[in-house]
Structures are given as structure tokens and as C-alpha cells.
Design a protein around this ligand. Structure first.
Ligand code: SF4
Length: 481
């Protein structure tokens, strides 16, 4: 479902936790496998057996790191948390791979984080000036030091105290000697779902991680909700000052797996509805609707149904091309797109084609695909995009290029169409996107989602970040603190 490595918003991270189950580590490994689309650079699991914590963290895919029974058997215990990572802060080295673990005066604590703290630099600088020594360059370690320095008595109070100082986006799963804690930031930007397997509570970024192990999805954690799961049961708290919920709308466009239920909505159905709205707003005379696979498929199905045009697989994706195959030179990038996609000439020759994709980031993939479709004989190529133009970077845990490298930040729609080489180009509007999500439109109501990458309206202040520059602030600061 991925595009060329440099030309997509890349998922942030996926987290998973299970408390009180005999097969906790095996289930965590399976849950992480289902969340692999959220991060492919590293994976880790920390388990607790009642006396000791056990950890295995590794670069690479879940299937490569947790495919041996000895690894799972070493991760003993009735509780475990796990993490798949695509780095958004900190370089990808083993010391940054999560879950992070530390010994405190109260015992051990492991933490898995999905999101990005926007004031991590200030916090880290202050902590370093007070003598804290950091092992990693990850913003998650800031939370660990804030917990360590908190003067509150219980672990839960110390976690709350730490998070009250943090700004930005975070969904966390924390494992201690006695409990598993799950928490979402007050704006609920990143997802976190509660589930249950044979009486054991579960937490995960997406419900697809529960489906793979036959578990039940119970509900999303609310924005700003913290749950404490221990032998006594589940307690839920709302410890943070209220903020309006602003869940990441891009989860529906691209990040989440289509079979997940996110915020009570089936992602695949949401993507089809976006395609329907896209067709209503931006219809064009054509013969075929063709998705750019895989992420453009649900939108194209919705578009074709609404436009009453045939849906055809005019571009075939090769699923056996690994990420590492694509080297970062312009020449190989060009080759990379051809390796991943090929045009189906028998379908496209002589046709007026509507190409549907989920988004345009830099535009390099789109340009190559349009060229390929034209070379296959398409008479006209119209591109329809199932998201509004991405004009701003994300600072909330998603890997995005600097703003200046986003095609839509530099060109208007006509300019983009010229560069990509299409006969016409159109995007769904922000209002259309909100309508597809069952609302009347962004302007009709207060924004219900984070849509900052389309609107520039950042729901949480960018304390240490410059909206015009790189989103990955902390990684730039390694030499400074
Ligand atoms: Fe999601 Fe975009 Fe907001 Fe980032 S800026 S959280 S990708 S909607």
C-alpha cells in the first residue's frame, strides 16, 4: 500500500499492549504484525513475568525479529507491550527502538509511544541542564525523565504529572510491575483502542491488531483519557484540562488499515465515501476510473460508483518489491516506480482515464505513473485526489518532508497539473472531506479533526517547531543538548 519511500506521508508508529494473558508475548508479536503498516523500521516487545522485565528490540520487520520461538519464549510473562516504529524523531538506531525501559525507585517501567511531542526540545534542554543523561534521541525518553523527576507518590500520578508538562500528540502504552496504563493526549490526535481477549484487556493503535488474535474491540479511548489496568480491573481517569478533540483525519485517508474501525468508523467505507464526494465535486468526462494501487483503490471504487464509470485495474502493483530495493538516487527512484507499478496497456490504450490516488506529497510518484499511463496509450489522463492539497507539514508523529518540498505548498492546482503532466487535476475540498466523514463541512462546524496538513490550523501549539521547516526537530538537536 506504500508509494516510493520519499513520496508519501509515512505512518508514525503502532503500539500494542496486553495484560494478564499466558500468551502475552506471542499475541503482542501478532498484534504488531497487524500494525506493520504503521512502521517498518524497527519493532520491540517488553514483557513482565511478575519479577523481571524481558525485552527484545530489533531493527527491521516484525516477521524478521519475532519469527523464532526462542525469542517469544524468552519474553516470559503475563503482560507485554510492543511497538513498531517509523522514526519521526531520533535516528533509527537500536537505542531509539521502543518500548523504552527504565528502572525507577518504584520498579521498572516500559513505554511505547505513538505521536510526537512538540515541546520535546525545551523539555529535554531543561532536563539536561538539571543533570539528566539521555540514552536515546527519542522524544519518548523525555517522558521517562519527567516521570523519574516527579515528586508524586504513585506511578500513575507520576505519569500524569509528566504528561501534564508535555505538549503534542501522544498515545502511550505503559507497563509497570503492577499495571498497564494506556493514555491519549487531550486532543486525541493519535488513535488508541481498547480490546479484550479471554478476559485480558488489550490496547492497540488500531482494531486490526485485535482481529488477528481473535480479540474483541471494545471502544476507542477518549481524548485525554487514561486507563489503568491491573489485577483489580480497569479504572479510567480524565486527568488533563479539557481540549476539543482533533483526531488525525489522515488516518482515514491513508494511515489506518482499511479493515480497521477507527473512532467508530470503518476505514474502507470512509475511503469509499471520500471517493463519492470527490466525484460529486470534480466529475469529468471519461471512459474508466483507475486507482493507483493500493491506497487509491477504495477512493476509486467510490468515485466510479458515483460517476457511473467502469472501475478497472489499469495499473498493476508488484507486491514483491521490498522497501530497501529503492535507493535514494533520482535515477533509481525513477526505476523504483516502474518496479512497483506497471501500466496495463490492454485496459488503458485509447481510453480517457481518471486516475485516483489518496494524496500528493512531493508529486514524484504521480509524475512517473502518469507518464507510464500515457505510454500505455491513454488518450486523456485526469487525476483526482482523495485528499485536499497537502500544504503543511505534520508535527504530530508523521514523517513528512519540509514544507518547501510539498508540491502543493509551492504550486497552485494548475501548476501541479502541468508538472505532473495530466489533462486535469482536482482534489477533494476540506468541506467535502468532512462531508464524507458524516459532518456538514469544516466551515459549518468547529473543526472536528486535525486537518493541519491541509489547513495549517495546528490544534496543539508548535512550541519547539517551525512550521516552515523540518518537522523532526529533536533529531536536529542531537548535537546541541
Ligand atoms: Fe494528521 Fe495531518 Fe494533523 Fe498530522 S497534520 S496529525 S497528518 S491531519
Amino acid at each position: 500500500m506504500r508509494k516510493a519511500a520519499d513520496d508519501a506521508f509515512r505512518d508514525e508508529c503502532g503500539i500494542f499492549g496486553i495484560f494478564g494473558h499466558k500468551d502475552s508475548s506471542a499475541h503482542t508479536a501478532l498484534g504488531l504484525h497487524a500494525l506493520q503498516h504503521r512502521g517498518q523500521e524497527a519493532a520491540g516487545i517488553v514483557s513482565f513475568d511478575g519479577e523481571q522485565f524481558h525485552s527484545h528490540r530489533s531493527l527491521g520487520l516484525v516477521g524478521d525479529s519475532f519469527n523464532r520461538i526462542e525469542v517469544i519464549e524468552r519474553l516470559r510473562g503475563h503482560s507485554a507491550i510492543g511497538h513498531v516504529r517509523y522514526s519521526t524523531t531520533g535516528e533509527t538506531v537500536l537505542r531509539n527502538v521502543q518500548p523504552l525501559f527504565a528502572e525507577f525507585d518504584f520498579g521498572g517501567l516500559a513505554i511505547a509511544h505513538n505521536g510526537n511531542l512538540t515541546n520535546a526540545y525545551s523539555l529535554r534542554k531543561e532536563l539536561v541542564s538539571r543533570g539528566c543523561i539521555f540514552q536515546s534521541t527519542s522524544d519518548t525518553e523525555v517522558i521517562i525523565h519527567l516521570i523519574a523527576r516527579s515528586s508524586y507518590g504513585s506511578v500513575v500520578e507520576r505519569v500524569i504529572d509528566a504528561l501534564k508538562q508535555a505538549q503534542g500528540a501522544y498515545s502511550l502504552v505503559v507497563l509497570t510491575n503492577d499495571a498497564m496504563i494506556g493514555v491519549r493526549d487531550p486532543s486525541g490526535i493519535r488513535p488508541l483502542v481498547l480490546g479484550e481477549l479471554e478476559g485480558a484487556p488489550l490496547l492497540a493503535s488500531e482494531s486490526c491488531a485485535f482481529d488477528i488474535i481473535g480479540a474483541r474491540t471494545l471502544r476507542d479511548l477518549e481524548a485525554g483519557e487514561l486507563v489503568v489496568i491491573d489485577n483489580k480491573g480497569l479504572e479510567n481517569l480524565k486527568p488533563f484540562p479539557h481540549r476539543d478533540k482533533r483526531f488525525c483525519i489522515f488516518e482515514f485517508i491513508y494511515f489506518a488499515r482499511p479493515d480497521s474501525i477507527v473512532e467508530g468508523t470503518n476505514v474502507y467505507e470512509a475511503r469509499k465515501r471520500i471517493g463519492v464526494e470527490l466525484a460529486r465535486e470534480n466529475g469529468v468526462e471519461a471512459d474508466l476510473v483507475v486507482p493507483i494501487p493500493d491506497s487509491g483503490i477504495p477512493g476509486a471504487i467510490g468515485y466510479a460508483a458515483e460517476a457511473k464509470l467502469p472501475f478497472e485495474l489499469g495499473i498493476i502493483r508488484n507486491h514483491y518489491v521490498g522497501r530497501t530495493f529503492i535507493e535514494p538516487t533520482d535515477q533509481i527512484r525513477h526505476l523504483g516506480v516502474r518496479l512497483k507499478h506497471s501500466a496495463n496497456q490492454g485496459t488503458l490504450d485509447g481510453k480517457r482515464v481518471v486516475l485516483v490516488d489518496d494524496s500528493i506529497v512531493r508529486g514524484t510518484t504521480s509524475t512517473k505513473i502518469v507518464e507510464m499511463v500515457r505510454n500505455a496509450g491513454a488518450r486523456e489522463v485526469h487525476m483526482r485526489i482523495a485528499s485536499p492539497p497537502i500544504t503543511h507539514s505534520c508535527f504530530y508523529g508523521v514523517d513528512t518532508p519540509d514544507r518547501a518540498k510539498l508540491l502543493a505548498s509551492q504550486h497552485d492546482v494548475e501548476g501541479m497539473a502541468r508538472l505532473i503532466g495530466v489533462d486535469s487535476l482536482a482534489f477533494i475540498s476540506i468541506d467535502g472531506l468532512y462531508r464524507a466523514m458524516g459532518l456538514r463541512g469544516r466551515d459549518a462546524e468547529r473543526p472536528q479533526y486535525c486537518d493541519a496538513c491541509f489547513s495549517g490550523d495546528y490544534p496543539v501549539p508548535l512550541a519547539d517547531c517551525n512550521a516552515e521547516s523540518t518537522p523532526n526537530q529533536l533529531s536536529l538537536l542531537d548535537d546541541q543538548v
